[in-house]
Design a protein around this ligand. Sequence first.
Ligand code: MGD
Ligand code: MGD
Ligand code: SF4
Ligand code: MO
Length: 702
Amino acid sequence: MTKTLHHRACHLCEAICGLTIETTTEEGLGTRITSIKGDALDSFSRGHICPKAVALQDIQNDPDRLRQPMLRVGTQWQPIEWQAAFDLVAERVFSIQQRHGQNAIAVYQGNPSVHNYGLMTHSNYFLGLLKTRNRFSATSVDQLPHHLTSYLMYGHGLLLPIPDIDHTDFMLILGGNPLASNGSIMTVPDVEKRLKAIQARGGKVVVVDPRRSETAAIADQHLFVRPGGDAALLFGLLNTLFEENLTRASHLPVDGLDLVRQSISHLHAEAMSPRCGVPAEHIRQLARDFATADKAVCYGRMGISTQAFGTLCHWLVQLINLVTGNLDRVGGALCTEPAVDLVASTSGGHFNRWQSRVSGLPEYAGELPVSALAEEMLGEGEGQVRALITVAGNPVLSTPNGRKLEQALEGLEFMLSIDLYINETTRYADLILPSTSALENDHYDTTFNMFAVRNVTRFNRAILEKPEGALHDWEIFVGLAQAFAARAERELKPTIAPSQMIDRGLRAGLYGDVSEYKLSVELLRDHPHGLDLGALKPNLQPRLKTANQRIQAAPDVILADLARFAAVEPPQAGELLLIGRRHVRSNNSWMHNYHRLVKGKPRHQLLMHPDDLSSRGLSDGQWVRVSSRVGMVEVQVVGSLEMMPGVVSLPHGWGHARPGVQMEIAGNQPGVSANDLTDERQLDRLSGNAALNGVPVQVAAA
Ligand SMILES: Nc1nc2c(c(=O)[nH]1)N[C@H]1C(S)=C(S)[C@@H](COP(=O)(O)OP(=O)(O)OC[C@H]3O[C@@H](n4cnc5c(=O)[nH]c(N)nc54)[C@H](O)[C@@H]3O)O[C@H]1N2
Ligand SMILES: Nc1nc2c(c(=O)[nH]1)N[C@H]1C(S)=C(S)[C@@H](COP(=O)(O)OP(=O)(O)OC[C@H]3O[C@@H](n4cnc5c(=O)[nH]c(N)nc54)[C@H](O)[C@@H]3O)O[C@H]1N2
Ligand code: SF4
Ligand SMILES: [Mo]
């Protein structure tokens, strides 16, 4: 019996914690994982770990995880050989495109795509060949407003300023709950300690959230905000900074700031207070506290990007940091200098070059908003989507009006899923192609090193041997590309393995051949705990990719959105608005089949303020019927003083009790899907991002 210790970054969320994984090899029994712990020698995560990492062994060992390609024959699933599967896809996709045009194939790329480097490097090797404009991803139910704002203001959608959490004195958080999510567009392992360190050095943490979240509970101040009201609150803050001369000069070249000031002067704290539910005096005081802190940073995340004015929100966050002198400043918001730098190596992006067929929603960087996916399948006529390819995603549970999407999936001619499970979405597929598990694959974080609060890098080799006959995600895409190119008689450029691509990226980068580091994949093997490349530092000016290399404070399309903001009806008395929430033991729409994570009391009920319960004659623990324009679910309600009155909260990613799902849901707790209630017509119309938060609902006894 031999025991081996491996060091590796966890790929399950954005925090990229270092893990120490022990495997035991026994003759005749093979190799198994015998322990998963935080890696104290990882200087970035410092031994931090959460319960999901321990469940990596459950992903590995789960008998329900698919290990070979599966073909649906009627209601049955049958194994099929890889080459036969690739040829089948090539034939079906080619034939559909011949008959209905290139755009008849739609693609949805889900969240785990950005946590798996082979998917980042190779999915386009095949998907790019399809030349379809119907590309969709989780971006438009998540962070699209961040990218669009950076593209418009800084010239590159990935030039995202990150809170310098380790050096700030004042952190204002809107719509983020890092204590549950472990941070997002702020890769920050061990976030609770880092927030408490702000307080320990005499600084403050302020949280704006319609729920007293886990993060709000440890903050110095928590303000309830009406869901979807953040743009109003942020207008009030920015105006106060202007009106009360609380601004500070910035070293950055900026165009359009006077125009901003004039255009928003009527949106002052007093005018905005009824729209956000925050008293005007609190808005003004918050602006003063922010501006007088030596180093401050305003950070907005998921809760403010998935709402009707998500892009206005993120634009205002940038401006608040800018006019207080905190953009591109130590202790403020800083851009990273990653070892593999996609900002340097890619073009800035594009926006609204084409629109979706049915609703005319804009593309961003070649993708359309996923709220339009179902209507593109259901809407008859030229250009109708006839087939779908999903990659590492579960849009039935993850995108608004999941029931409508299900109806659309039933009518498809062909569906392919590249996924590990037969779940709520992939059960509609004709063919499912499962990859190796993460621990059987190398890992380099191409995405989250770019958004980390320190410049860090690491490359980890696979921990477990690749099972015979299994393929990595990237190899699946190579197989699909080769089969499709052969069928379509198209030329296919050769490709190289992801690790070779990363090696090239490392060598060509800032810490590569030209530097003292001389980073390469080979060199990173000597640093299994990861390599720290230093604190973030001011660098925005030379990295700007706008045409005139100046920050654009007043992009036309954003100023044009002020008219839409002005046209919104005031809040109605008695309204009830739905928001989401995350829990540290749950991961989007999956991992609910691992007992280790879901054990204990259920965590997917509806939370409601006790006053809202009693005004409806409801009691704590009762089953209720929640309905919206698009649907209805029945769920248990829990009275909670965490909730702002008039707001209810339901986590997404549940709702597993659907026929044909082939995995055992641990504890027999399927929950219900929040996206059976969210509305595909509720959008940030500017970017097309779904407004998942602030959905009007009614709640009554079931
Ligand atoms: N109402 C509401 N809806 C939301 C949200 C919300 O807050 N509220 N959040 C939104 C956000 S931020 C996001 S990112 C989306 C996420 O939603 P999705 O994009 O649907 O992503 P997941 O739910 O993580 O999908 C996980 C799927 O990927 C598969 N998978 C996991 N790892 C791999 C792998 O390595 N390879 C392959 N091929 N497959 C793999 C799993 O088996 C599972 O089927 O949900 C969004 N939906
Ligand atoms: N454990 C765990 N970690 C995860 C995930 C997971 O599913 N589970 N998912 C990962 C993914 S894909 C992402 S994108 C990140 C997201 O990471 P975060 O952005 O931190 O997302 P949440 O934890 O959902 O926190 C959003 C907060 O916004 C609040 N909110 C809702 N509506 C509004 C509003 O109108 N205004 C304001 N101000 N606040 C509002 C909610 O109450 C909630 O507290 O988390 C990642 N990490
Ligand atoms: S917080 Fe948990 S899931 Fe996220 S990277 Fe760290 S250990 Fe993994
Ligand atoms: Mo996300």
